[in-house]
Design a protein around this ligand. Structure first.
Ligand SMILES: NC(=[NH2+])NCCC[C@H](N)C(=O)O
Length: 555
């Protein structure tokens, strides 16, 4: 439980800020009353009334739950097919480095100003209110669409056992289930998500152990080693461009995997969203960022590595357009090893995995909406929370977009899936680019006030270079990822690739025209509101005492 101990205040401004925080903790402070627009279009953003009920383990598991999902368990197979084992490994490691740069940038901001809906507010405050608006909505949209994508997959997974069942039944059932989970008080939500995510972690670790055994010769194929890196090879030629010269075709294969790899990692930034709800953010947020990142990198890079040594990229099942368990490289690896019953069991596990991801999708989406409503970018009622602190309307609206999954009743599931995937992944890259810009501007704002980086609650190394690195690559990938739609020109794949970018531009320009906002100058950026001086606060910290707790702490 939070137990604030009289923070020392240096100025009047500090005192009023502390008062605000204190009254917020008591639940007496009304967010809307303070949600005024400052004259020049820059916004003062209050701390929302969400409750700090999540513990560090919940926070980290939410980030894992929202991140490890369809991308890793199902989509990684097509990454292998298009770029080969070395190509996909390099792509995943490279995207991992971008994620790291984004995470540390976010970490510095989120510990200094821990607010819910965090990074959309950062963009509004440090960059340009229109940028925050556009980014917030596109990011929300990406999560809501991911929810629809995840529901599509759950329906398909159930059909693995019985194809005669109508996919719509399961989309409906799981839609209700996930929505109800998200309407429960946030501590329940954390608990659900925690156990769901546990299953993922265990699955990935199990797969890694399985991979080592099979590679060493435990399966039907005998010892495998790096055989498939030699034949068919380490890099695949992009299957859609047989006429290109080999080096070009390999490069095309490699670059086209960026979207898939980016999608797989997206969600890591959720730690920033959950920051507003965690206990002891000053300690937990940086720890969560560090641990989450290493854990995810470990899971992702190792998993992709093992998939690459166990399955030749020419295995046709990898390219099967059926987005069900038969397309999962986990299942294919089990089938190749000739292990009985394992494919069916894995299918069951994948169902849990996808449900957990869906649960995180709605959580993330609703919190983004709350952030948007609080900074005046969305109708205010969306920030309304129930007695137990759940933003009911925001949950409802986010869930509503999940109903798009019913598109599957009229379109082929594989098509719907790839549309959803591309739209969300590009939106994710746009978001990462925005986080990086926000951080660059945040650094400038600190500098203009003479606040040293040393005084930040969490200070990452190599900044601001990391932010520039994240910004450069995120922008480059966003702009170039759809290049295959130009070779030759294909209108529909162009729209699939660039619809998120187009939407973002429309939102940005639309907001700019209506509100006539301007770029925030470093000296004007609002780095006070929500900035919490946790110096004097003490939280009861549970030190791991038994073996189980120590294991958790390590994990
Ligand atoms: N920007 C987003 N919402 N991306 C969706 C992330 C999906 C998640 N990484 C998965 O593999 O299932």
């Amino acid at each position: 439980m939070a137990r604030p101990v009289s923070p020392t205040s240096a100025s009047e401004e500090q005192t009023s800020r502390d008062d605000k925080i204190a009254s917020d903790r008591e639940g007496a402070w009304n967010a809307s009353s303070d949600n005024e627009k400052k004259g020049d279009g820059n916004l003062i953003i209050p701390m929302p009334k969400l409750q700090r009920k999540l513990k560090s383990r919940h926070l980290q598991m939410i980030a894992i739950g929202g991140t490890i999902g369809t991308g890793l368990f199902i989509g990684s197979g097509s990454a292998l097919a298009t770029s080969g084992p070395a190509g996909s490994l390099i792509a995943y490691a490279f995207i991992g480095s971008i994620v790291y740069s984004v995470m540390v940038s976010l970490g510095e901001m989120a510990t200094y100003i821990p607010i819910s809906g965090a990074f959309t507010s950062y963009a509004s405050r440090f960059v340009d209110p229109s940028a925050g608006f556009a980014m917030g909505w596109i990011y929300w949209f990406s999560w809501a669409i991911t929810f629809a994508l995840e529901l599509t997959i759950t329906g398909l997974l159930v059909q693995y056992w019985d194809r005669s069942l109508n996919i719509g039944i399961f989309i409906g059932v799981f839609w209700v289930f996930i929505t109800v989970c998200n309407l429960l008080p946030v501590s329940f939500y954390g608990e659900f998500e925690f156990w769901f995510s546990m299953i993922k972690v265990v699955t990935v670790i199990g797969f890694l152990i399985f991979g080592i055994c099979i590679n060493a010769g435990a399966g039907e194929e005998g010892y495998i080693g790096f055989k498939y890196w030699n034949d068919p090879g380490a890099f695949a030629l992009h299957p859609d461009f047989p006429d290109l010269a080999a080096p070009v075709a390999k490069w095309v294969g490699f670059w086209s995997v960026m979207i898939q790899a980016g999608f797989s990692y997206q969600g890591t930034e959720l730690v920033g969203i959950a920051a507003g709800e965690t206990e002891n953010p000053r300690k937990n947020v940086p720890a969560a960022i560090r641990k989450t990142f290493w854990r995810i990198l470990f899971f992702f890079v190792f998993t992709v590595f093992f998939i690459g040594i166990l399955i030749p990229y020419t295995d046709e099942r990898l390219l099967s357009s059926a987005s069900d368990a038969t397309a999962s490289p986990f299942v294919i690896a089990a089938q190749r090893a000739g292990v009985q019953h394992l494919p069916g069991i894995l299918n069951g596990v994948l169902l849990f995995v996808v449900l957990s991801a869906a649960n995180s999708n709605v959580y993330a989406g609703s919190r983004i909406l709350v952030g948007l409503a609080n900074d005046g970018s969305a109708p205010r009622f969306l920030a309304h929370t129930s007695f137990s602190g759940v933003p009911v309307y925001a949950v409802g609206l986010t869930s509503a977009l999940g109903l798009l999954a019913f598109l599957n009743l009229s379109e082929s599931a594989a098509t719907v899936f790839s549309w959803f995937l591309n739209i969300t992944a590009v939106a994710g890259f746009i978001t990462w680019a925005n986080i990086s810009i926000s951080h660059i501007k945040f650094m400038r704002a600190l500098k203009s006030r003479g606040i040293s980086r040393e005084s930040l609650p969490y200070m990452a190394f190599w900044q601001p270079y990391f932010s520039y690195y994240g910004l450069f690559w995120s922008v480059l990938i966003t702009l170039t990822q759809g290049f295959t739609s130009f070779m030759p020109w294909d209108t529909s794949s162009f729209f699939v690739a660039y619809i998120s970018l187009i939407l973002w531009v429309l939102l940005y320009v639309g907001h700019k025209i209506v509100y006539r906002t301007r770029f925030v100058r470093a000296e004007e950026a609002d780095i006070q509101t929500g900035c919490v001086d946790f110096e004097g606060e003490v939280w009861d910290e549970k030190v791991p005492s038994n073996l189980w707790e120590k294991f958790w702490d390590w994990l």
